[in-house]
Design a protein around this ligand. Structure first.
Ligand code: SF4
Ligand code: SF4
Ligand code: SF4
Length: 583
């Protein structure tokens, strides 16, 4: 996966490189909310519809996914006089290995960062807010808002459920607010983690805490390499302190929120954990009913932040990576001797999440029918619902076309039918005979011209050995050759005509023979040859007669006619040679 910087004015966090896209629609199929448009053979992510789960990047066989990057911004900040603070996600050990927070901080400070804390500092305060809200008993159902991707899903696709979303900022925003209050408004803050949804959030006007940049672990590694900085288990930064309540870090994993909270919520609510957009969608559908008493831990990625897209792209050994994450948590417990000043401050963490619906015009039944007819889907049996276009059904695809997300002709079976019809038309109408043979050199298909040349119907030819019409040795020897074999003027007893034949391998165990009718040409040439031979014979007679006369005169004069005879024989041989060349 590559990365690029786009203008802050129109922040497009995810996109596909046009040059790499091969129009396979795998990304559309993988996208749980169908936020990818394919128009003019280009796959494009629609920012207004996207929930930044990264599934499309993982699905793309061409590795065409590109996310925007704040790397340049981080370089600029580190080169400036500003004090740059880091909010580091607890999953760092999954990417970097068995290093504790102080090893990480040591390396980060070598790069020029001023201070390092865990994002889990913010998580702790977010959880306290959740507890207050639960205890208030004002909400009939509740959905956690600690995952920015899930928040986007609810804001864009389930806005009617916004009243159930905890009205609290995300952990990174909370941490940024706490650091600003504790260390001054002039500090710069860089979030480091595996989440593409955070990358989007920090570049939106909805983001609290003024986070200046967000980079992934892969990008941090790139910056470390540029600076020649390595992380070492032998070097620890003594001024770095782990979060006071280590259980806050558990929220990176499914059920973590429930495990980390101080109150017994089971008595108050029925607990749900929904990880992954599809599962989340199912639970949101349920919450839309007239029910109460449910609390949902909502996570965009399967298995929470441990399954974040940029971590999955690294193809880590899942067992080892989770073990490192768990060990990292234990390791950091050892230096809980001092609290971060940011943990002492009071900040306002409430946030009103706004509706973020996007324009999606609803087609009428007539519109849908008309769009389906374009790809010859007129009856139920034509609706294959094969998902080849990336949509679960032909109808869903027609709706996407209406909404400007898909090309009307983006249908694999329809394109195949058209291609087949065109090639059949060509096959049938070319002025060359075509035979399709199987591996045993038996005719499996033929076109009109071949049927005319061989004087058999298509049905008669099918299943017949090609050697019934063409010389066996030509067929057998050509089959063994990799390249096409051309044979001039083939005549076989079963064929009344003369053909030039070209034999070639179409694919494994499928061969083609092209037959060009050269009967007329062959007859003309034979006729010309016959005429030349007759001319020669007549000439020969005349010359021999003259030679006899000349010999008689010569014998009287004592001379020879041998040279004249030699010249005549050469002329005759040349004529005969040109005859045999054509054959
Ligand atoms: S998955 Fe999407 S972006 Fe990747 S090659 Fe296929 S159509 Fe293009
Ligand atoms: S990131 Fe997720 S929601 Fe966005 S386009 Fe890709 S698969 Fe769809
Ligand atoms: S038949 Fe065509 S339109 Fe229908 S689901 Fe398959 S590819 Fe999509």
């Amino acid at each position: 996966m590559g990365s690029h910087l786009t203008s802050d004015k129109k922040w497009q966090v995810l996109r596909f490189a046009d040059a790499n896209c091969k129009n396979c629609y795998k990304c559309v199929r993988a996208c749980p909310v169908k936020a990818i448009s394919i128009l003019d053979d280009k796959a494009e992510i629609n920012d207004a519809r996207c929930v930044f789960c990264g599934k499309c990047f993982l699905a793309c066989p061409q590795d065409a996914g590109i996310h925007s990057t704040d790397k340049d911004k981080v370089r600029e900040l580190l080169d400036s006089d500003s004090k740059v603070y880091v909010s580091l996600a607890a999953t760092y050990s999954m990417y970097f290995g068995n290093y504790n927070l102080r090893n990480m901080a040591y390396a980060l400070k070598q790069m020029g960062f001023f201070h390092v804390e865990e994002t889990a500092v913010g998580t702790g305060r977010v959880l306290q807010e959740y507890e207050k809200i639960i205890n208030s008993r004002k909400y009939s159902n509740l959905i956690t808002s600690h995952c920015p991707g899930s928040n986007y899903l609810i804001q864009k696709y389930y806005p009617k459920l916004l009243h159930s979303l905890f009205p609290v900022v995300t952990p990174l925003e909370a941490h940024a607010l706490m650091m600003r209050k504790a260390y001054g408004d002039d500090i710069k803050i860089v979030g480091i983690g595996p989440c593409l949804a955070y990358l989007r959030l920090i570049h939106s006007e909805d983001c609290s805490g003024g986070i200046d940049a967000y980079i992934t672990y892969e990008e941090l590694k790139g910056l470390m390499d540029e600076e020649g900085v390595t992380i070492s288990a032998e070097h620890e930064d003594e001024d770095t302190y782990a979060v006071s309540a280590y259980r806050n870090r558990y929220t990176d994993e499914t059920t973590g929120v429930f495990r980390a909270m101080d109150i017994d919520i089971k008595k108050k609510y029925m607990l749900w954990t929904a990880d992954g957009v599809t599962k989340l969608g199912d639970v949101m559908q349920g919450l839309g009913r007239d029910i109460s008493g449910h609390i949902v831990e909502a996570l965009t990625c399967t298995n929470g932040c441990l399954g974040a897209p940029t971590l999955r792209m690294e193809k880590l050994d899942k067992f080892d990576a989770r073990t490192r994450w768990l060990e990292g948590i234990k390791e950091n417990i050892n230096h809980l001797d001092k609290r971060n000043p940011s943990e002492e401050v009071e900040v306002e963490l409430r946030k009103a999440y706004r509706r973020m619906e996007f324009p999606a015009p609803e087609p009428t039944e007539e519109d849908i029918e008309m769009l389906l007819e374009l790809i010859d889907k007129r009856s139920k049996k034509d609706m294959l619902d094969c998902s080849g276009c990336g949509y679960p059904s032909c109808r869903d695809k027609a709706i996407a076309v209406y909404q400007g997300m898909a090309d009307p002709y983006m249908c694999i079976p329809h394109s195949r039918d058209i291609a087949e019809a065109q090639s059949n038309l060509m096959f049938d109408n070319v002025p060359t005979g075509c035979l399709v043979l199987d591996g045993d050199l038996v005719i499996r298909d033929s076109n009109k011209m071949a049927e005319q040349l061989l004087d058999r119907s298509g049905e008669e030819l099918q299943g017949t050995a090609a050697s019934d019409f063409l010389p066996q040795d030509f067929l057998e020897s050509s089959k063994l050759k990799e390249s096409a074999v051309f044979k001039k003027a083939l005549k076989c007893p079963a064929i009344t005509c003369t053909v030039n034949a070209t034999f070639f391998k179409a694919r494994r165990d499928v061969f083609m023979v092209l037959l060009e009718d050269v009967t007329e040409r062959a007859e003309l040439i034979e006729k010309a040859a016959r005429m030349r031979l007759e001319t020669i014979d007549i000439t020969k007679d005349v010359v021999e007669k003259q030679m006899r006369v000349a010999q008689e005169i010569a014998s009287l004069l004592g001379e020879t006619t041998a040279e004249t005879k030699l010249a005549f024989n050469r002329l005759r041989d040349n004529l005969l040679e040109s005859e045999s060349e054509w054959k």
